[in-house]
Design a protein. Structure first.
Length: 821
């Protein structure tokens, strides 16, 4: 278990990389790297391995706290929640038996497969197979010695023993740590590095993870048991493999976790924590212009936000493209690049090896908004006056938000915080007729919403806040996080900033990877996985009818799980496949079974029962730069359907957003134009789904919402609409923009239907490099006869002041171009 490797001299590095290796077994750490053990003998080799494992804590350094402290914290947290978590798992004997069988079969497959490789390697004289099988067996043996020693010393009861609380030092207790997990991760680690590659690692570690999860589902172990068992198995496997493998046979290097974080005194870019750039930052429009102009080739606009380090990498890519640009100095692309380079100069230095350590107060801001006239607040049924504003409250009169943003990085760790004070006036209740319509279209709820007004809002809110850990370009974050899964500017169909950020666990491939073999034709690929919990839901339906109340939210809120994969087979084409599902909640506890069913099931079941997979949505999006107009015209689309894996299987039941983006209007290089059309009211005149089909189902009758706002597009459950923008850029950050939005809600969904039209202008002016002024004004006309018989008009005007204190104290190890607006 190599937690702290000795320093490697340049000469040693040269020797290890040389092809002129000496004959015979290769020496490393005093132990021969030979699968036969002939030089030292198997017993001496085993004794040496055990000595290395048990004495490894003595080689820890202070820098190892970077991974030991979080691991200890996670383990402590699991100890506290172990008992409650296990008690919420399925108690069905058949289910428990299936999990037990699955865990045993998984271990048998891994260990048996390794043994089979050793045997076939001997028969067929394949040294690589033999080494893989032998080292896997050696890793299992050494890890089990350690695990069994801890088991019989700590004597923790299993979840199915005693009262299920898992006390330690009990007679007959053998729960901590899990030997199944240790064995599975030992074998998986060796195989994944003997045959390095994404697919091998996914298969090996995926099977090991399945074993670990199954041991918990089988009530044989607590989550903390399998976590520590998995860690022991992986660390022991790394120690055995790195000390004994023969690099001539094809295996890849396996650095210890200490080396992974520490490296040669700096952190490799793939292990440098980096917060995400806020979705409302000026950075994304600037980056998108460079993508549309062809300077950035591997940026995934359909999967945002991006980390600051990823933005720096994309700028390096743009810089390479500009080396071949024949444009004159001071051209529009070069100005954009210069402004972005100034923003990310610290991250660029870190890509070059600078230490990843810093704390920044990014911005302080205040926004004053005045609204004259009655607003719309319910996008699920009618419409919204203000969209894509993180679910902030608003109403007629004076509104204000005042807040700050801050981030910090330390090695592989990062955090980001955006907190603000919010004030909004009271909002009157809808008239009785409109409230009765809501009751009817939401599957005939037991009662209509109450006729009480929404009270005045004066609150502090954590708008965004998360902590992150990055390993080999995979970033794991936990906290309130916004997502933007689409190229659309109006708002992606499955995940936008229209609602408040959802508290979630996110696992994101922040830098594109390329798969081997024929899969490489897919081009660069990115993955994103989320698991979060909603808030503000009032009603669910189940076997015994409706549960909930209008006066308070559900005590057991539903969960949301989602995945997206995007790939670029060409720099001119981006494709994305996404999926989300609401599951669990009141009357249907969160379990491994319900999670897996929500993620993978294609069947249906009665609402709230064990066979109900949840409220599923499948999405598909693409963007294509038009041939012969690639440097200025992009066509894109974003589609989704309810209760289907993907729109490709049900185009007649698919909602769609499509658009055109002109990064520069021909002859006016500083002017761009974008137009989008969107519908959830299916065209064609023939109903293929019930009215109001999208963004709701008969289980989760509060809809695809968080805190009452749509998580996806503002278009709502059955509407058609369009949105257009044209922007004149005075500089990379300074602009004036005209925008238009129209929405029409079907009369088949809401009696007599409804419409909304917005027309507005906005501007952003950076008066200094660290001080920005923004303003916008919007006129809106709306008509929903069930709310009021005549058309209503309102005017919204806002002014924002943003100050960036970090600009005053910014320092970097490398010089970068200036940051001029």
């Amino acid at each position: 278990m190599e937690t702290a490797a000795p320093e490697t001299t340049p000469e040693a590095k040269d020797r290890s990389s040389s092809n002129d290796l000496p004959d015979g077994p290769i020496q490393a750490g005093g132990v021969a790297k030979t699968t036969g053990g002939s030089d030292l003998g198997l017993m001496q080799r085993f004794e040496g391995d055990q000595r290395e494992i048990w004495t490894s804590p003595g080689r820890l350094r202070f820098s190892d706290t970077v991974w030991l402290v979080p691991l200890s914290g996670i383990t402590a947290g699991l100890f506290v929640t172990d008992s409650d978590f296990s008690k919420h798992l399925s108690q069905n004997p058949t289910t428990i038996s299936h999990y037990n069988t699955l865990s045993n079969a998984g271990v048998a497959a891994l260990v048996g497969g390794a043994g089979g490789m050793w045997f076939l390697g001997q028969v067929r004289h394949n040294e690589h197979w033999s080494e893989t099988g032998f080292l896997a067996g050696e890793a299992v043996l050494n890890s089990l010695v350690m695990v069994e020693g801890l088991k019989y010393s700590l004597r923790r009861e299993r979840p199915n023993q005693g009262d299920g609380s898992g006390p330690f030092f009990q007679s007959g207790g053998t729960s901590f740590p899990s030997e199944h997990a240790a064995a599975a991760w030992s074998v998986a680690g060796v195989i994944a590095h003997e045959y390095p590659g994404p697919l091998t690692k996914i298969m090996a570690y995926g099977l090991a993870s399945l074993v670990s999860v199954s041991r918990v589902g089988a009530h044989q172990h607590f989550p903390s048991d399998v976590l520590i068992g998995s860690v022991i198995g992986n660390l022991v496997a790394q120690s055995i493999y790195s000390r004994h493998y023969n690099p001539d046979l094809g295996g890849g290097e396996w650095r210890s976790i200490s080396q992974l974080f520490r490296g040669d005194g700096t952190y490799s870019p793939g292990n440098q924590g980096s917060p995400y750039v806020p979705l409302d930052s000026w950075v994304y429009p600037a980056m998108e212009r460079l993508v549309a102009l062809g300077y950035i080739r591997s940026g995934f606009l359909g999967m945002r936000p991006w980390t600051r380090m990823e933005c720096a990498r994309l700028l390096d890519e743009a810089d390479e493209g500009m080396q071949y640009d024949s444009s004159e100095e001071g051209s529009e692309p070069q100005k954009i690049y210069s402004a972005l380079a100034g923003e990310f100069k610290d991250e660029t230095a870190r890509l070059g090896g600078a230490a990843n350590l810093g704390l920044s107060l990014d911005s302080v801001y205040t926004r004053f908004t005045g609204i004259s006239g009655t607003t719309l607040q319910d996008g699920l049924h009618f419409g919204q006056t203000v969209i894509n504003d993180y679910g902030r409250p608003y109403g007629e009169g004076f509104n204000n938000v005042t807040g700050f943003t801050s981030h910090g990085v330390a090695g592989p760790f990062s955090f980001y915080v955006q907190g603000e004070y919010q004030h909004a006036p009271s909002v009157p209740a809808l008239p009785l007729q409109a409230r009765q319509v809501i009751q009817t279209v939401d599957f005939n709820l037991p009662s209509a919403p109450p006729g009480t007004p929404v009270p005045v809002v004066n609150q502090m809110d954590l708008l965004v806040g998360y902590v992150g850990l990055q390993l080999e370009n995979w970033q794991i974050t936990f906290g309130k996080q916004p997502l933007w899964w689409g190229e659309d500017t109006s708002g992606p169909m499955l995940s936008s900033t229209n609602a408040a950020s959802i508290p979630m666990l996110q696992i994101n491939r922040v830098k594109p990877l390329n798969l081997p073999s024929i899969f490489g034709r897919l081009g660069p690929i990115r993955f994103d996985y989320i698991l979060g919990r909603l808030s503000g839901q009032h009603w669910v339906n189940g076997p015994n009818g409706f549960t909930g109340s209008w006066t308070k939210t559900l005590s057991d809120q539903p969960f949301i799980v989602g995945q997206k994969i995007s790939f670029k087979p060409s720099p001119n084409l981006e494709l994305g496949v996404s999926y989300t599902a609401l599951f669990a909640g009141s009357g249907a506890p969160f379990t491994t079974h319900t999670l897996l069913k929500a993620m993978f099931s294609s069947g249906n079941g009665n609402p709230g029962t064990a066979s109900d997979p949840g409220d599923r949505r499948g999405g598909f999006d693409f963007a294509y730069r038009i041939p012969k107009m690639r440097d200025w015209l992009t066509f894109y689309a974003d589609a989704f359907t309810d209760d289907q894996v993907n729109p490709w299987f049900a185009w007649d039941k698919t909602a769609l957003t499509s658009g055109l983006y002109m990064s520069r209007v021909p002859g006016i290089p500083k002017l761009d134009f974008r137009v989008e059309g969107v519908y959830t009211d299916l065209p064609g005149g023939t109903a293929t789904v019930q009215h109001g089909f999208f963004y709701i189902n008969d289980r989760y009758v509060s809809g695809y919402t968080n805190n009452g706002d749509l998580i996806g597009s503002w278009i709502g459950r059955q509407g058609q609409g369009a949105q257009a923008w044209t922007t004149y850029w005075f500089g990379p950050k300074n602009k004036v923009q005209l925008h238009f939005r129209h929405q029409k809600v079907s009369r088949e969904f809401i009696p007599d239907g409804g419409s909304l039209t917005d027309l507005g202008v906005s501007t952003d002016i950076w008066v200094r490099s660290n001080l920005a002024l923004s303003a916008w004004v919007q006129h809106e006309r709306w008509l929903f006869p069930v709310i009021q018989s005549n058309a209503s008009r309102n005017v919204t005007a806002a002014v924002q002041i943003l100050f960036e204190p970090r600009k005053l104290f910014q320092h970097s190890a490398a010089n970068a171009p200036g940051d001029q607006p």
